[in-house]
Design a protein around this ligand. Structure first.
Ligand code: 5CA
Ligand code: ZN
Length: 409
C-alpha cells in the first residue's frame, strides 16, 4: 500500500537529546539509544470508520518520537500496518450493506488525508494485512510444526505456553488477561483451548466470509496479532527499537505479538521497548468506533478547523495521560495557534536559543509536549509584552515548532 506525503522537517541548529521514555514492559523509564537508523513499528488502524481524536492522539505521540530521533541526527525507519481484514470490518460492512473491500479502501484513503493534514510523518512502509497473507501463512505453519500452535476444528491457535517470556510485556495476571481477552477480540470461553487466552493465528474459512489460500493450513484468514508480527519481522527482524500503539493494545495485541515472534525465532525481545499512549475519551467513555462516541478529524476539517489547531489540541495533553476531548480543548488550541502565529509574524523578538533547548529537553523527557507548549507560550508572551531585538528569533521559533512539534505557523 502507499502511505501519504511527508511534510518537510526543517533543520535546527545543534543537536537534540536522546529520548527518555516510559517502557510498558519494565514499567520504568529507559533512555533510547538506537543505531543510526532508529526502527519504529506503530500499529495502524482497522479501517471501518474515520480517524477519530483518539487515533490522532496516538499517532501524534509516535510522530514526536520520530521528530526527537530526527533531531538527534538519526534516520528513522517507520513501519505501520492497516488491519484491512478483521471481524469488525466485516461486521460494519454487512450492517451497512457495504462491500468490505470498498469500505476499507475508503477509510484508509481518508486516514491518509487526515494524517497529511495533521503533518504526521508517513511510514516508509505502509502495509495491509491482506497483502501480507503470503508472509503470514508460512509463519503460522512454522509455529504449528514447532508445536507452538494447535488445530481446533480447523482453526489454528497459538499456545502461549510455548513462549517462556509470555506475560512480560503487560505484566498482567491470568485473570486480568482473561477479562481483557474477552473484551478485545479473543475467545477465552471456546472449549478445547489449551489456555483460555490462546489467540487465533489462522481462522478456517467461514461460509459467506472472504478467505485466502493458506497452503497446508487450508483456506482462511489471518488472526490479528500475527499480522503485525509478519510485517515487523519482514522489515526489521527481532530487536527493533520501539513498538507503539494505544494502551488498549498492551494486552492482548502486543503481548501476543511478542510471544509469536519469540516462539518463532527463539530470540528475545521482539521490540526493545514498548510504548503506549493513553486513551482519549468523549463524554466520559473511551472514544471508540464500537461505542460510536467519536469526534472525527475529517469532520473538524470540513467545519473549517485548521489542522494545526487540532494538532495543538492533541499536544496539549501528555501522551501517557487518559484525557477527555471537549470543545474547550479545541478553543484553547485555536487561540494558542493565533497567538503563536502573531508572534512569529513580527520582524524580531526575544532570543529563541533557550526556547529551542527547552523544547528539546521537554520532548526528550518522556515526550512532555505540554511543557514544550508552555515554553513556546512564554516566548510568545514575552514578545507581546516587551518585544525584543533578535531578528532571527521568529524564524527560529517557527522552525522549532515545525520540526519538533509538527505545527506549521
Ligand atoms: N488495527 C489495530 C492495531 S494492529 C487497531 O487497534 N486499530 S484501531 O483502529 O482500533 O486503533 C488504531 C490505533 O489507535 C491503535 O494504536 C489504538 O490503540 C489507538 N486508539 C484507538 N482508540 C483510541 C482512543 N480512544 N484513544 C487513544 N488511542 C486510541
Ligand atoms: Zn498491530
Amino acid at each position: 500500500m502507499h502511505a501519504w506525503p511527508a511534510s518537510e522537517v526543517p533543520a535546527l541548529p545543534g543537536k537534540g537529546r536522546d529520548l527518555r521514555i516510559h517502557d510498558t514492559a519494565t514499567g520504568g523509564r529507559v533512555t533510547l539509544v538506537p543505531g543510526p537508523v532508529a526502527r519504529l513499528y506503530v500499529c495502524g488502524i482497522t479501517p471501518y470508520d474515520a480517524t477519530h481524536m483518539g487515533h490522532a492522539a496516538t499517532y501524534n505521540a509516535f510522530d514526536l518520537v520520530q521528530r526527537v530521533w530526527l533531531d538527534t541526527k538519526r534516520q528513522v525507519h517507520y513501519v505501520q500496518n492497516v488491519t484491512d481484514i478483521d471481524d469488525p470490518l466485516l461486521e460494519r460492512a454487512a450492517a451497512n450493506g457495504d462491500d468490505w473491500e470498498a469500505l476499507a479502501e475508503r477509510e484508509t484513503a481518508l486516514f491518509r488525508e487526515d494524517m497529511t493534514a495533521l503533518r504526521l510523518l508517513p511510514p516508509r512502509q505502509y502495509v495491509g494485512a491482506v497483502e501480507s497473507i503470503p508472509k503470514i501463512v508460512p509463519l503460522v505453519e512454522r509455529l504449528r510444526d514447532a508445536g507452538a500452535a494447535y488445530d481446533l476444528d480447523g482453526d489454528i491457535y497459538f499456545s502461549v505456553a510455548s513462549d517462556s517470556h509470555f506475560g512480560e510485556v503487560s505484566g498482567l495476571d491470568a485473570e486480568a488477561m482473561r477479562l481483557l481477552s474477552a473484551e478485545r477480540g479473543g475467545d477465552p470461553d471456546r472449549p478445547g483451548k489449551k489456555n483460555p487466552v490462546d489467540p487465533m493465528l489462522w481462522m478456517a474459512a467461514r461460509p459467506g466470509e472472504p478467505s485466502w489460500d493458506g497452503a497446508s493450513l487450508g483456506p482462511g484468514r489471518p488472526g490479528w496479532h500475527i499480522e503485525c508480527v509478519a510485517i515487523a519481522l519482514e522489515y526489521f527482524g527481532m530487536g527493533f527499537d520501539v513498538q507503539g500503539g494505544g494502551s488498549d493494545l498492551i494486552f492482548p495485541h502486543h503481548e501476543m505479538g511478542a510471544s509469536h515472534a519469540q516462539a518463532l525465532t527463539g530470540e528475545h525481545p521482539f521490540a526493545k521497548t514498548y510504548v503506549h499512549a493513553g486513551m482519549v475519551a468523549l463524554h466520559g467513555e473511551k472514544m471508540s468506533k464500537s461505542k460510536g462516541n467519536l469526534v472525527f478529524v475529517s469532520a473538524l476539517r470540513r467545519q473549517g478547523v485548521d489542522p494545526a489547531a487540532i494538532r495543538l489540541a492533541l499536544l496539549s495533553h501528555h501522551y501517557r495521560a487518559d484525557w477527555e476531548w471537549t470543545d474547550d480543548v479545541l478553543t484553547e488550541a485555536v487561540e494558542r495557534l493565533a497567538r503563536w502565529r502573531a508572534a512569529v509574524s513580527r520582524p524580531d523578538g526575544p532570543s529563541a536559543d533557550a526556547l529551542l533547548e527547552e523544547v528539546r529537553e521537554a520532548l526528550a523527557d518522556d515526550l512532555d509536549a505540554p511543557a514544550a507548549l508552555a515554553a513556546v507560550d512564554r516566548w510568545a508572551a514575552a514578545q507581546a509584552a516587551d518585544g525584543g531585538t533578535d531578528e532571527g528569533a521568529p524564524g527560529l521559533v517557527s522552525r522549532t515548532v515545525d520540526a519538533l512539534l509538527g505545527v506549521a505557523l
